[in-house]
Design a protein around this ligand. Sequence first.
Ligand code: DPP
Ligand code: ZN
Length: 859
Amino acid sequence: MQAKRRADYQPPAFTISNVKMDVRLHPTATRITSELQISRVTEQSRHLELDGDKLSLISINLDGEPYDDIEQLDEKLIVRNVPDNFTLTIVNDIDPQNNQALEGLYLSQNTYCTQCEAEGFRRITYYLDRPDVLATFEVTLHGDKTQYPTLLANGNPIARGDNDDGTHWVTWQDPFPKPSYLFAMVAGDFDLLEGDYTTASGKPVKLELYVDKGKKSRGEFALESLKRAMKWDEDTFGLEYDLDIYMIVAVDFFNMGAMENKGLNIFNSKFVLADQRSATDEDFFNVESVIAHEYFHNWTGNRVTCRDWFQLSLKEGLTVFRDQQFSADMTSELSNRIKHVRVMREHQFAEDASAMSHPIRPEEVIEMNNFYTVTVYDKGAEVIRMFHTLLGEEGFRKGMNEYFRRHDGQAVTCDDFVAAMQTATDIDLSHFAQWYSQSGTPVISLTTMFDEQKKAMDITVTQHTPATADQATKVPLFIPVAFDCIDENGNHYTDEDGKIKDGMLLLDAPSITLHFTGVSTPLIPVVLGNFSAPAKVNNNLSVQQMLQVFRYAKDAFNRWDAMQSVYNWCIGEFEKGQGENINDSVWNALNAVINDEAQNHELLGECLVIPTFETLCQTRQHIDPNSLNAARAAFCDAFSAKLAPALKRVFDAIETGSYQYDQRSVNARRCKNVLLNHLARTDDGEQLVRQQYADADNMTDTLGALKAAQGILPEVFEVLMQNFESQWNVDPLVLDKWFGLHATTERENILSQLSLLKQHPQFTINNPNRVRAVMGSFAFFNTAGFHRADGAGYKYVTDYLMELDAVNPQVAARVVTPLTQWQNYAPAHQSLMKAQLNRLLGHKGLSRDMFEKVSKSLA
Ligand code: DPP
Ligand code: ZN
């Protein structure tokens, strides 16, 4: 299978200015008639090459006449010897019902819907299916009137009527030229929530949210979130919505989270439906953030789109940054920042250390669907955040204005974005732009030299990016490092030469030495405040110094991070079998943290979360997963045993009141549930868990009780889980939580448990949410089960992936990720993991998606 390279980009030889499409829906033979206005743009070829996949071609006309000078290849249709300007009319059939890959047009339960990004439009009709071909679309949908009363496509409805055969039709027109990946259509029978919005310049917009029948009340929060997002984008970036109507449709079968199709977003119902009883605080947060993300794409993605798919981060990194800023404004800056840093450390750093390592703008791709990654999205957003840090709020806004002024209506590159930003700053961004081409996680190391006599201290800050699978040599990057320095009494210092400006050191060389004077004891460097760059830090602090950072650092993120380092150190002691090295001074300090921050539910809640196994892996090598996991558990046991009275006191004092989704209550519930997790390991555990489960008036607390019991109180867990299942059996989204909890429970017989889950009447391999809840959760988060020493966990996942790959390659290629990240583990695990990857590679009919990831991970 051939890789495409960014360097080989060629502009299209032809372009399409207008598409007129007629769609007659039928479960197994939907008829598409598409009339394309085509012009030659370069002289490079006499033949037109269209993309098409799994289509049955019925006829082709050129300027109204049947045309037979064509050639049909596997995924191409070549129309030979075409004139410079012409109309091509193509008729073809497709089979939505048997489309289980969920790309192109498919049936989700009884709803027809589409997913075209990245290359799904070619499964609907023959087309120049690439983002730099922009056309206006007019689409007429015909469908059964009773079964599909709602017929939707992009843009505005311009006509509708009835046919003689019991079907009806609606014509939609989208005046904005768009690439095919933003095409969408939907047919179904829904409950509709309606809203209105008036833009800052006074234009009325109709808002429509389509959900499954009976789920209307669960859509209200999403609709309100949409209004908040529209307002925020006007206030923050001066960006207004441009069509008369904005529609969102929720469907149950969806590969991604949601899709920003012009004027017609299609969403995984998980990111639309939320109410107090069925959704957790985290679900509410995610709904608001995904609704905003897709809305923000209307400018960063749709109005200005990508020239080619290598530029994906142009729209995704930028839009993730925008949704992060929005969420921080709607909720809280600190908990948002921590949430995103966790994603970076748990998943992005792991990706960068694996065979799938790639820069935020990849160089080489076999299957584009494999590049909707934490690197392109989340590291991409971190790069945009660094622009924001370097340019400041005002400069960033100025750069964004320039970006839209230059490129509205165009398909552009990451370099175009950087060039627009360059107009708003005196800093030369050419060095900074290396972040687009270099993969890997830079490590920032600090070494200190204290001269007691001169009362002086030097701190040398060095950067190093280790080689990655895709790039052997690395260059020094331009890294904004937030820099503070404290002494043991909490006094703050800045360097003599003023290299640190406004608390920021621009590390633009392999290393920089900072000089400090007037210091009587060694200083403690406090770096990367607010996670100012996507990097790791080697700071060599003692545990006492980490605790001082927690006490004295100004930056709340640094304080949280110091606690993470303390826990990481403690777990390290347990790994060495020296848990007793954690002496009373450490336990007393932890006790003081709990007491001192008892009122600060937000900070305390975050600070009491012990780093996950995945995070711990990022600071270790040749890991024996089971020893590390056991050391972590042993520390958690010691933590709750030593600190029980303080934990319990704070737990008892937290009043969460009756359910409200507001920041104060979210913080209180979060803190309470984190405390419950620790208390579950104490003598009071069982009673507290049962009590909370019984009293809960909301899903956050219900789930909090179940999670606290999981793996710690097995009998209580079983009883409560049975109760939960009987209550929520008919609610697929809630049942996914139940599936996920079972799949992540560490227990000896987990594999037979997984087999039972797969036989559950509500489980189906065709629904990505269900597959992710069971197999995804197991592979990603059940450390003891997945990493069993006998390799049975790896084999179980592999067997399933062989089955899944034939159904839905995109989802299969996601779930395989943990197996491909074998590099970090001890040799015994490496060979067991590679053995399974080899089995996959030898599997007949492996998809392009799986082939790319598996073959790269074995290369
Ligand atoms: N729907 C995906 C997202 O919004 C891909 N565009 O990120
Ligand atoms: Zn996106």
